[in-house]
Design a protein around this ligand. Sequence first.
Ligand SMILES: C[S@@+](CC[C@H](N)C(=O)[O-])C[C@H]1O[C@@H](n2cnc3c(N)ncnc32)[C@H](O)[C@@H]1O
Length: 317
Amino acid sequence: MPEPALNPELIGLLRCPRSGASLRVESDELVSADGSCRYPIRQGVPRLAGEAYAESFGRQWNRYDVARTEEDEATFEAKTGVHPRDLAGRLVLDAGCGGGRYARLVGSHGAKVLGVDLSTAVDKASALCAELPNVQIAQADLLDLPVAEAAFDLVFSIGVLHHTPDPRRAFAQIAKRVKPGGRLSVWLYRKNTPPQEWLNSSIRAVTTRTPARVLEPLCAGLGVLGSVPVVNRTLNKLANFSAHPDWTLRVCDNFDWWAPKYQSHHTVAELSSWFAAEGFEEIAELPPEKSGGLYRWVYEHDLIIGSGVNVTGVRRG
Ligand SMILES: C[S@@+](CC[C@H](N)C(=O)[O-])C[C@H]1O[C@@H](n2cnc3c(N)ncnc32)[C@H](O)[C@@H]1O
């Protein structure tokens, strides 16, 4: 397969992770202005960081095909507060793009998208977006984000910062990339009740040390449980397993929960305070995608494991 072409405008927003200097393309490398640092470009993806602790994500996103256009569009709108059709011509940063489902969606609506991820999921994202010259994927670390500051009309991060060892730092890094007047939307896992948190941490202490080849069949087993409505409506208040109607998504979601090394849970007040501290206004909580009286009650009482806290705001001009 031919390598995806580089997007010069989006590549121009990348910076040297060591010095912060701008970078130029020299055959299959990005080279810092003084020539002292060189970063490979493979499969159309500049590699500004190694995979570090995010190996499980490289595995899952390259293995499971989870892009579902209609569902991704609804999820993107719910979790960012932005309709993709309002993004044509805008500059957008997908912070933690994984396998690229949202980068592709936003790019297909005419936005210019830089998708950044630490893991080899970038290979999948790049392949998924190969036909969109307005999407550029890069392998880089959000904790020291090698991307121009105050550049983007929209920065969004769906289910990512809680998988870093320092979510607050990652938040500050992505917040700085929003232009004055631009929007930031962040979705993080919600903190559940103390017994749920205790049980989850205890099980994850084992699963995060379990080899992927063993954990994957277990996640498939949970995928079977998730197909039984009466089971998944009750048991998954104790321990997380996906009840998604699509088998592939169920198994991938289960692995996504039990395998990653880091997983932290947050409150709306905490996330809102991060927005305020980084100079955002019009800070608003976004409602969950699902609705219904009973759902809303259990959600608001923090009983739904794997549900989110979701906040958006506009950077002060
Ligand atoms: C649950 S996935 C979400 C991916 C995508 N946003 C989605 O919803 O499809 C979390 C992603 O965060 C990435 N990630 C974790 N730590 C990161 C870091 N420090 N810098 C960049 N990406 C990171 C992982 O590699 C993974 O692809």
